[in-house]
Structure formats: structure tokens, C-alpha cells
Design a protein. Structure first.
Length: 242
């Protein structure tokens, strides 16, 4: 069973299109398969609105694409829905518009300027007016996990010892502690992002493909055959092994 997966995008539309080109080249050689995007479509990068529109348009046109929800996507949705929203996974001393989170860049991509320098209420009102309802509906409808064969796709990870069907949304989009240090077999091979690395890594029981696009690094796409994982490059597949 073949699948493709793409790591955390964070508003880098140009990088996303390049990874889709690599997937198209690989599919021409090996056959088509679903593409799973692991979430964090928005924040920090320059064209968050463009990323969402591109994914919506592709799915509407019949592309076999699946998009999962990341913590940044939920923070964006929650902000638009409620001026007082604070995501339960986020430290209490931070807000989505804090420079560490990147929400200002997301709003700028929708034409809401200087969001980090103006009073909060007018910024929120401008954001609600600027973000199309179709984008809000798309984000609200994102899944938090997906299974294909022996592979479990999530944004952040899973809670070890908890059954796949019993995982909570907050763990699936936020978890680090407990998951990243757990060496045991999860049954499924977990393919995830959320925790940025210099390069994708295979740990035996999980594969992290967040290669730090949010911080100037590359965006990663992989092909998965059964439980084998291959990094996609312009020169072709490179095996990614524990």
C-alpha cells in the first residue's frame, strides 16, 4: 500500500508546490497514491491564505489529497470563532498573535496589516471580515488522524498506551512529552510532524518529517510503501531508515 505525506507547511506555498511536483514525478514512475498533508498549514510563512486555497482547489478538482489539522490550524480557527479563545495546548502567557506563534503573518496573507501593532479587538474584527467563510469551513472540517494499512498519520503524535480510536484531538495536534521519548512499538508506524528537525528522521516506531520549513528549512515529502519510507528528492527516492 503506497501513500505520500508532506510535513508542516506553515504558509510556504512555493515549497508546497515543489513537493507536489516531486510527488507527481514519483507517481509517474510508481503509480498514483493518496497524499496526506500533516497539518500546520498556517503561521510564520508568507502565504498562508494561498496554501489553504491551493489545497481546497486541488481537492475540489478531484486530487486524492487529505489534509490533517495541526495545532496552528486550530489556533487560527479558534481565534476567528471567538475573540477570547485560548487553545488548551498553548501556554497561558502566550496568544496566537504572539511573535513566537506566527499568527500575524497568517493575517497579513489575508490583507490584515500590522496585526501585532494595533489594538486587539479591531484586528480581530478585521480578521473575521477578511478570511473567507470557505477557508474557515475547510479548517473546521480537517481530520486529526488517518490510517492507511500499518501507517498512522497525525500532526504531532499519539499518547502512548492509548488506543488509536481513543486518542484526543489535543494530544494528536500538540503532544511532545511522552510521545517523543517513547521507544516502544505503537502497532502502527506513526508518521508525524510538529517538532521541527534539521532533517526528517526515522525512529523505528515513528517518523518525523517536520524539517523546519517554518524556520527557513526545507519542506519534506515522503513516499511510503508498506512500512518502508523514502524521502523524495529531485534525484529520486532516498530510503529513510531507523
Amino acid at each position: 500500500m503506497r501513500s505520500y505525506a508532506i510535513g508542516d507547511i506553515h504558509g510556504h506555498f512555493d515549497l508546497l508546490k515543489r513537493q507536489h511536483d516531486l510527488i507527481a514525478d514519483d507517481s509517474a514512475r510508481h503509480g498514483a497514491a493518496p497524499v496526506i498533508h500533516l497539518g500546520d498549514l498556517v503561521d510564520r510563512g508568507p502565504d498562508c491564505a494561498g496554501v489553504i486555497q491551493y489545497l481546497m482547489d486541488g481537492i475540489a478538482a478531484g486530487q486524492d489529497w487529505l489534509v490533517l489539522k495541526g495545532n496552528h490550524d486550530r489556533m487560527f480557527s479558534g481565534y476567528l470563532d471567538d475573540f477570547h479563545f485560548h487553545d488548551e495546548g498553548l501556554r497561558r502567557d502566550l496568544s496566537w498573535l504572539h511573535p513566537k506563534l506566527g499568527g500575524v503573518a497568517t493575517l497579513a496573507s489575508y490583507g490584515v496589516k500590522n496585526a501585532g501593532e494595533r489594538p486587539l479587538r479591531p484586528v480581530w474584527e478585521d480578521a473575521v471580515a477578511a478570511v473567507p467563510q470557505a477557508h474557515r469551513d475547510f479548517l473546521a472540517g480537517l481530520l486529526t488522524k488517518h490510517q492507511r494499512g500499518d501507517i498512522g498519520f497525525v500532526h504531532a503524535g499519539i499518547r502512548p498506551g492509548v488506543a488509536w480510536d481513543d486518542q484526543t484531538e489535543t494530544d494528536l495536534i500538540w503532544i511532545r512529552d511522552g510521545f517523543l521519548i517513547d521507544p516502544y512499538d505503537h502497532g502502527l508506524l506513526i508518521v508525524h510532524g510538529h517538532t521541527a528537525l534539521d532533517a526528517p528522521q526515522h525512529y523505528g516506531n515513528r517518523v518525523n518529517i517536520d524539517s523546519g520549513a517554518a524556520y527557513g528549512g526545507p519542506l519534506t515529502a515522503v513516499a511510503i510503501e508498506g512500512r518502508e519510507v523514502f524521502l523524495l528528492t529531485p534525484a529520486g527516492r532516498v530510503p529513510l531508515r531507523p
